[in-house]
Ligand binder design. Structure first.
Ligand SMILES: [Zn+2]
Length: 60
């Protein structure tokens, strides 16, 4: 992480879809102009998708 952004901690919650509507809108507006958050979203999104797929697989 070369660019430190205080909102980067919000990326995980945003990608997981657990932000409230207002927070979601505010974060999206911020992320549009923040390369650091854009990169975090790009890095976390595939992971979250994978976790979502794994959650649908019954535990052995
Ligand atoms: Zn940011």
């Amino acid at each position: 992480m070369t660019y430190a952004c205080p909102s980067t901690v919000t990326v995980g919650a945003y990608v997981l879809g657990v932000l409230c509507a207002r927070e979601n809108t505010e974060f999206r507006q911020h992320a549009v102009g923040c390369p650091s958050c854009q990169r975090e979203i790009a890095e976390l999104t595939p992971t979250v998708r994978l976790l979502a797929i794994l959650k649908t697989v019954p535990a052995l």
